[in-house]
Design a protein around this ligand. Structure first.
Ligand SMILES: [Zn+2]
Length: 116
C-alpha cells in the first residue's frame, strides 16, 4: 500500500509536531508535579469542597497519566525514527491522517482498537 507511506515532507512535518509536543508537555508536567505537592487534603476545607478537591485531583491524575504517556510515546517515536510511521504491532503503515492527529501513536488504528 504505497499510498500510505509517508513522503519526506510529511515525515519532516510530523517530526516537528513531535518535537513541539515534547517541548510543550515537559514544562506542563513539571508544573503539574509542583502543583500536586502544594495541595494538602488535611486542611479543614469542609466536606463538599473536600469532595471537589478529591475529584479534581483524580481528574488531574488521569489527565497527567495521559500526558505522561503522550510525552513518552513522542520521545520514543523520535528515538525510533527510522521505523516511524509503521505500526509497531503489525508493521503496516499507520497512515498520514492518523499520525497527523496523533503523531506519537505507535500503532495503526486496527491494532490500537484491538488493544483497548
Ligand atoms: Zn497495526
Amino acid at each position: 500500500m504505497e499510498e500510505d507511506d509517508l513522503s519526506e515532507k510529511q515525515r519532516e512535518e510530523l517530526r516537528e509536531l513531535l518535537q513541539s509536543t515534547i517541548s510543550e508537555l515537559e514544562p506542563l508536567l513539571a508544573s503539574f508535579n509542583a502543583a500536586s505537592e502544594i495541595i494538602d487534603l488535611d486542611q479543614p476545607i469542609g466536606r463538599l469542597s473536600r469532595m471537589d478537591e478529591l475529584q479534581r485531583q483524580a481528574m488531574s491524575k488521569a489527565n497527567r497519566h495521559q500526558l505522561i504517556k503522550k510525552l513518552n510515546q513522542s520521545k520514543q517515536a523520535l528515538a525510533l525514527w527510522e521505523d516511524y510511521g509503521y505500526c509497531r504491532s503489525c508493521e503496516e503503515p499507520v497512515g498520514y491522517k492518523r499520525l497527523k492527529a496523533r503523531p506519537e501513536t505507535p500503532y495503526c488504528l486496527e491494532c490500537q482498537s484491538a488493544r483497548e
